[in-house]
Unconditional design. Structure first.
Length: 238
């Protein structure tokens, strides 16, 4: 009968490693379930009828990806330019415009949509600057900033923004705004720009693949440990 003798140090190293890898496997499975629920929630919110955004204090995370209806007037003289690419890789800007609601009286920063670089300045798309009171629909989005400190910052002085820095944008305009953006739906605009419907939902769900990776590493480590213990035990018997 073959003797199994892996030794103290290999056992001391292998057992904790296997436990950690199995724990990571379980964690990734749980993350997968959480991500599925989150994606379902967002899809349900995007499929729901638009609702009115409350005028008082709101929690941005609770309104993220919820459909919104707004009635009021755009302040085209104070639009902001958020650098962006389209799906086809063309560079340009998303036009962020203050929107004063008629009944509530508050101001919401509204992403009217994308324009190519040649249409950045408002005088190049005068026909698309919709005047007067309008009712529009879109999707609420929470603000976002730089993910890493070494990334370049926005240039408020030149009105070129790289991130959805809502507080900084509000300070630049010297106004108080709601704590969320609203990205407008795609509608027919005279002249074609800004082009709405820019909301992108990108929530990769690779947790099952990660779970298999951690589990596979745990199994491989166990197999190596067993084979090593058998080989070492056989050597001792000889």
């Amino acid at each position: 009968m073959k003797k199994f003798s892996p030794g103290f140090v290999p056992t001391l190293i292998t057992v904790p490693c296997v436990v950690i890898l199995l724990a990571l496997t379980v964690w990734q499975v749980n993350r997968y379930s959480w991500k599925v629920d989150l994606i379902d929630q967002i899809n349900n919110q995007l499929a729901a009828a638009p609702v009115t955004l409350p005028a008082g204090e709101i929690v941005p995370e609770e309104w993220h990806y919820r459909r919104i209806s707004l009635t009021g007037e755009f302040d085209h003289d104070n639009e902001l330019h958020l650098f962006a690419h389209t799906e086809k890789g063309r560079s340009g800007f998303q036009i962020i415009t203050p929107f004063k609601r008629s009944d509530e009286g508050d101001i919401i920063l509204v992403n009217r949509g994308w324009v190519p670089e040649s249409k950045k300045e408002p005088q190049t798309r005068v026909e698309g600057q919709i005047p007067g009171e309008v009712t529009v629909t879109g999707v609420a989005r929470k603000p976002w900033g730089k993910s890493w400190s070494f990334l370049p910052g926005s240039n408020a002085e030149d009105n070129v923004w790289l991130y959805g820095e809502l507080s900084e944008m509000a300070d630049h305009l010297n106004v108080k705004v709601a704590p969320v953006f609203v990205e407008l739906d795609a509608i027919d605009i005279p002249g074609g720009f800004p082009r709405g419907g820019q909301t992108r939902v990108s929530l990769p769900n690779n947790h099952i693949q990660y779970a298999f990776t951690w589990f596979g590493l745990a199994i491989a480590l166990i197999v190596i440990y067993i084979l090593y213990g058998l080989k070492r035990g056989r050597s001792k018997q000889e």
